[in-house]
Ligand binder design. Structure first.
Ligand SMILES: *Cc1c(COP(=O)(O)O)cnc(C)c1O
Length: 426
C-alpha cells in the first residue's frame, strides 16, 4: 500500500478534531453550588483547634480518599506541587541533604527538594518503563543522601520493592510523586501508597481534577500531622520549644478550599472508569503499533497496571533510517494531536546547569551545606538523554476522549507513515 503522505500534500489520515476530554458534569455543578450556597468557601483557622484541619468538605474528601487508596491518612492541598514541598518538609530534609530523584519528570518534582534547601541528585531511568532505575539510585548514594523521590511517570508505578530495599538498607526515606498514576496498581496496592509519603495531582490535565489541587497519602501518623502543620502556617500553632518539632514549620498556606474539595470528592468516583477507558484505548493502540517495525510500545511491569496519563513509545531510528524529527512531522501532518517529541531532562535545565535557585549567588549549592562536586551536565543520565534527544515520542493520553474510532484513526496514521517510510528518506 503506497499513499502520498500528508506532509507531501496527501490527504491526512485524520481530518477531524478529536473530542477534548471533559469529566465535569452536573454532579460537579451540584457540589460546587451546594458549597457556594453555604457561604463557607474555606474554613481553616491558622490557630490551634478543630478548625485548623479545614472545613467539612475538606475533611470529607480526606476521609474518602484515605478509604479509597487504602491508607491511614489523606491530606489535601491546593496543588500537587504544594504537596511535594510539604512531603519534603515533613520527612525532615535539612539544608544540604541530598535527595535522589529522576530527570524524566515535571520540574516540580526536583524543585520541591530545593524549597527546603535540599540538593536534588539525579539518577538515570529505566529505558523500558521510563521510571527511576534502582541500580542508578544506589550508585548515587553518598553519606549526605537522606531520601529518594521516585515518580510514577506516565501512569505506571516505579519499582517500589527495589526502591524500598535500597532505602531500608541505607536508612533513607521514600517519597512518591504519583501525579500521573492515580488508580494504577502495584501488586495489590495503589501506586503512591507504598512510599512513606505519596500523592496525586488534581490539576486540570490529570485523570481527575478540581481545577487545582493535590492529595497526599501516608500511613504514618507523625508525617500526617507534619503535613497538616506545613499546610496551614504551623509556626503559629506549635507551642513546643523542641527543635525537632519546629523544623521545616515555615509559614506556608497550602490549603485547599471547600469548592475544590467538594468537586474532588465527586471526581474521585470517576477515577476507576477513567483509568479503564485509558487502558482500553492504550491496549488497542499497543496491539497494532507493536506490529510495526522499529517501534517499542509501553512496557507493562509484572503485577502492575498502567493508568496511561501518557502513552510513550521508543523509536529505533537507526533501523528506521529516518530521524525522529522527520517521523514526528509526518505523524503530525497526518493529524495526530498532542504528540510529544522527547519528554524531560530536568538535570539539564538552565537553573540546574548554572546552579542558580535562591538569589544570584548559587545558594544552596554554593554554601557550606553542599558538597561542591555536584554537577548537572550532559552525560549524567545517558538513558534519559538518549530518549529525550533521539528516540522517545509520546501521546498525551489524558487530553482527549480517544473513542474507539479515534484510536482506529491514530493507528491508520501510524501505519500510513510506516508503510511509506521510504518517502521520508529522500
Ligand atoms: C502534574 C505534575 C506535578 C505537579 O502537579 P500540580 O498539581 O500541577 O502542582 C508534579 N509532578 C508530576 C510528575 C506531574 O505530572
Amino acid at each position: 500500500m503506497t499513499d502520498k503522505l500528508a506532509i507531501f500534500g496527501g490527504s491526512p489520515a485524520i481530518s477531524y478534531d478529536l473530542e477534548l476530554f471533559n469529566s465535569v458534569g452536573e454532579d460537579e455543578v451540584d457540589a460546587a453550588t451546594r458549597v457556594i450556597r453555604s457561604g463557607v468557601l474555606s474554613a481553616y483557622i491558622g490557630a490551634p483547634g478543630d478548625a485548623f484541619m479545614g472545613g467539612t468538605e475538606v475533611r470529607a474528601i480526606e476521609q474518602k480518599a484515605a478509604e479509597y487508596f487504602g491508607v491511614k491518612h489523606a491530606v489535601v492541598v491546593n496543588s500537587w506541587t504544594s504537596g511535594l514541598i510539604a512531603a519534603v518538609g515533613a520527612i525532615g530534609i535539612e539544608p544540604g541533604d541530598e535527595v535522589i530523584t529522576t530527570p524524566w519528570t515535571m520540574a516540580a518534582t526536583a524543585t520541591a527538594i530545593l524549597h527546603f534547601n535540599g540538593i536534588p541528585v539525579f539518577a538515570d531511568i529505566d529505558a523500558r518503563t521510563f521510571n527511576i532505575d534502582p541500580e542508578s539510585v544506589e550508585s548515587r548514594i553518598t553519606d549526605r543522601t537522606k531520601a529518594v523521590l521516585a515518580v510514577d511517570i506516565f501512569g505506571q508505578s516505579a519499582d517500589m520493592d527495589e526502591l524500598r530495599k535500597i532505602c531500608d538498607k541505607h536508612d533513607l526515606k521514600l517519597i512518591s510523586d504519583t501525579a500521573q498514576a492515580p488508580g494504577a496498581k502495584y501488586g495489590d496496592h495503589y501506586a503512591g501508597t507504598l512510599a512513606d509519603i505519596g500523592g496525586y495531582s488534581l490539576n486540570y490535565h490529570k485523570h481527575i481534577h478540581c481545577g487545582e489541587g493535590g492529595i497526599l497519602v501516608t500511613n504514618d501518623d507523625e508525617y500526617a500531622r507534619r503535613l497538616q502543620l506545613i499546610r496551614n502556617h504551623a509556626e503559629v500553632v506549635i507551642r513546643s520549644e523542641d527543635p525537632a518539632q519546629l523544623n521545616n514549620m515555615l509559614g506556608f498556606n497550602f490549603r485547599m478550599g471547600e469548592i475544590e474539595a467538594a468537586i474532588a470528592a465527586v471526581q474521585l468516583d470517576k477515577l476507576v472508569p477513567r483509568v479503564a477507558s485509558r487502558q482500553k484505548a492504550a491496549d488497542k493502540l499497543s496491539e497494532e503499533l507493536s506490529k510495526l517495525e522499529g517501534i517499542t510500545v509501553p512496557f507493562l511491569e509484572r503485577d502492575c497496571t498502567h493508568a496511561y496519563y501518557a502513552y510513550g513509545v521508543v523509536l529505533d531510528v537507526d533501523r528506521l533510517g529516518v530521524s525522529r524529527k522527520r517521523i514526528v512531522e509526518a505523524l503530525v501532518a497526518e493529524g495526530i494531536p498532542s504528540l510529544m517529541s522527547g519528554y524531560q531532562n530536568i538535570h539539564l535545565l538552565p537553573m540546574f546547569r548554572n546552579k542558580i535557585a535562591y538569589g544570584t549567588k548559587g545558594f544552596p549549592w554554593n554554601s557550606p551545606y553542599c558538597d561542591s562536586d555536584i554537577k548537572y551536565e550532559k552525560g549524567l543520565c545517558p538513558v534519559a538523554e538518549e530518549l529525550h534527544d533521539k528516540s522517545f515520542i509520546g501521546l498525551n493520553w489524558c487530553m482527549y476522549e480517544y473513542h474507539d474510532n479515534d484510536v482506529e484513526h491514530i493507528i491508520k496514521a501510524f501505519q500510513k507513515v510506516w508503510n511509506n517510510m521510504d518517502q521520508l528518506k529522500s
